[in-house]
Design a protein around this ligand. Structure first.
Ligand SMILES: [Mn+2]
Length: 290
């Protein structure tokens, strides 16, 4: 696969022009074919890039500037509308190729099902992989109304693949009773309602491990991030989410890949969700890429 073909769309601010020289590759997964409620996250990656132009390049939290990290924005994977199976296959192949090239994949969704093929690819390269998952929702269903390819299932699929004791969910406040029961039975970690404090307790146990971090923007309260398909009140503040990203940055886990999913610009009237997402991505890059 060629990642360095001319991409004519907007790129994330300060994207490095050279793929080969870059340590990180940003890529969009504009898919929302399996959502259970409101669609629209297919437009997330493009909007997050557009508003990134308004970001400061300096992080006062981390005392680092974007030009200190070389990251290449490769644009969106051209996923086939309405075909989740083929989309998933394309994403897995794409991330396989990124990993073969030695890159850290930083994906922008799209709905949360896109994380599943990414995790499959990550696990092939990192058999000792652990997952940090921040979300309002458990995403531990086997299927939704009989459909296993649903954005309510990726964490279940991931837990079955890498082992449920290697998956750590935070901020969870919505899901079926059976999902919480299953997690308890198999020893999967779920922190309900909060992210930062339980995360700080878990991070030392993951020291040195390769970790994939998947952030669903709806972990934030809808007051902080209304622009998403499946809003759920009672969430954390953007300040807590930033502090959580910084807690990971200050830990000795090895972040080998990450994604931010479920931003849906059509519900984002003030655009605070897209702007928040772009700042979160800046902090992920500056905090997690050493
Ligand atoms: Mn969610």
């Amino acid at each position: 696969m060629r990642f360095d073909e001319a991409y004519s769309g907007n790129v994330f601010i300060k994207s490095h022009p050279n793929f080969e020289e870059s340590q990180v590759v940003i890529y969009g997964m504009p898919m929302d074919w399996t959502v259970s409620y409101r669609p629209g996250s297919r437009f997330g990656p493009a909007r997050i890039r557009e508003v990134s132009i308004g970001l400061e390049e300096y992080s006062p939290y981390l005392d680092r500037e974007l030009e200190e990290v070389k990251y290449y924005d490769a644009g969106d994977i051209p996923l086939p509308f309405g075909n989740p199976q083929k989309s998933i296959e394309m994403i897995e192949e794409y991330v396989d190729d990124l990993l073969d090239s030695g890159k850290i994949p930083l994906g922008i969704g799209g709905e949360h099902l896109v994380s599943w093929p990414v995790i499959k690819a990550m696990y092939k390269k990192y058999p000792d992989l652990a997952i940090i998952h921040m979300d309002a929702h458990t995403d531990l269903r086997d299927d939704y109304e009989g459909e296993p390819l649903s954005h309510s299932t990726p964490i279940k699929k991931a837990a079955n693949l890498i082992g449920p004791t290697n998956v750590y969910s935070f901020g969870i406040r919505s899901g079926m009773k059976e999902e919480f029961q299953w997690a308890k039975e198999v020893g999967m970690h779920i922190s309900k309602f909060e992210v930062l404090e339980p995360l700080k307790e878990i991070l030392p146990t993951l020291a040195g491990r390769p970790v994939y971090v998947t952030i669903d923007i709806d972990v934030l309260d809808p007051a902080h991030a209304p622009g998403t398909g499946t809003v759920d009140c009672g969430g954390i503040t953007s300040r807590e989410l930033l502090a959580s990203i910084h807690a990971i940055a200050g830990s000795s886990v090895n972040v080998v890949g990450a994604d931010l999913v479920e931003v849906a610009p059509i519900y984002d009237n003030s655009e605070q969700t897209a702007n928040t997402a772009s700042k979160l991505i800046r902090e992920m890059i500056l905090g997690w890429v050493k």
